[in-house]
Design a protein around this ligand. Structure first.
Ligand code: AMP
Ligand code: ZN
Ligand code: FE
Ligand code: FE
Length: 284
């Protein structure tokens, strides 16, 4: 049902079947329109492949689309997700880096399935036939296969039991250094925003000193309003963001049925999206 309080709000972090969401880009856009959101950003992991479909759907439903992606990066060995808004999707460096990340993710998923195969009946060829050539493959796809086979009730249970980084089945995937990722997003004409810096699944929030380092490297904003950020971890990051002049964003990190996060449960004001649009290579 359309919610009037969302009429000037944007959900700036959503996933589709182009990566590890469970709804197609058109469906995500249609759901956002039905909720009464002013707009949304589609931010699939390491790909811009969903943009064309999302644009067509947005035009048909009259909702506003900001193109984006979520880049897989790492700092000091820790996974750091970097949202990138409005990049030039044809930027050669960005194309090369995202292609490398997706290729590594595919090989890593195959290796994880091979390791799991000793204990769980999983068929890599069958799983792989479910991905498009451009799909960004992640642990959620393995989780879905385990759920289909009846081993776990949902993705969350599969993550907790066998897919977490401490699991013997876990395999690392390539990630670009975060500071390099920030520079790459800037070079591609986009604005980089640090995703979920205080997510409860992390052992600790992103340290303030690291946020300062990212800001010096060209970070534009930080996603402080995210359903998985632990409220008690936020005050130092909020203070630092204000001091460093970083924009503060809000978004749901919607993955369809793959996660509890509901579309539009966190959002950003239209005014913030106007500021992003004024600075980026691909504003629509
Ligand atoms: P990967 O990209 O393979 O490292 O897997 C990480 C992705 O899995 C992220 O997009 C998360 O949103 C998702 N994820 C992580 N933990 C969970 C969980 N407990 N339940 C569902 N999805 C999860
Ligand atoms: Zn995801
Ligand atoms: Fe993320
Ligand atoms: Fe995400």
């Amino acid at each position: 049902m359309a919610d009037p309080s969302l009429a000037d709000r944007y959900d700036l972090h959503t996933h589709s079947t182009v990566s590890d969401g469970t709804t197609t880009p058109s469906e995500v856009v249609a759901e956002a329109a039905a909720l009464g959101l002013a707009g949304l950003a589609l931010t699939d992991h390491d790909t811009t492949d969903g943009w064309a479909e999302a644009r067509t759907a947005a035009a048909a439903t009259g909702i506003d689309l900001l193109p984006g992606l979520e880049l897989t990066t790492k700092t000091d060995g820790f996974a750091v997700h970097l949202l990138a808004y409005g990049v030039d999707p044809g930027h050669p460096g960005l194309l090369a880096t995202t292609a490398r990340i997706r290729a590594s993710r595919l090989g890593r998923a195959e290796e994880m399935v091979r390791r799991l195969g000793g204990d769980y009946a999983l068929d890599w060829d069958e799983m792989r036939s479910g991905f498009g050539a451009e799909t960004t493959v992640g642990r959620p796809h393995i989780a879905d296969a385990l759920v289909r086979q009846g081993y776990f009730p949902d993705r969350g249970a599969a993550f907790q039991s066998v897919l977490h980084p401490g699991s013997p089945y876990y395999v690392k995937t390539y990630a670009v250094d975060t500071a390099e990722g920030i520079a790459l997003v800037r070079d591609a004409g986009g604005l980089p925003v640090l995703a979920h810096p205080a997510a409860s699944r992390q052992r600790a929030p992103v340290p303030v000193a690291v946020l300062e380092f990212f800001a010096a490297a060209g970070l534009w904003g930080v996603e402080l309003d995210h359903p998985e950020n632990l409220p008690e971890w936020l005050p130092p990051l909020r203070e630092a963001a204000a001091r460093l002049g970083l924009a503060v964003t809000g978004a749901s990190d919607y993955h369809g049925a793959g996660k509890a996060n509901r579309l539009g449960e966190r959002s950003s004001p239209a005014e913030l999206v106007a500021r992003i649009r004024a600075e980026v290579a691909t504003p629509r």
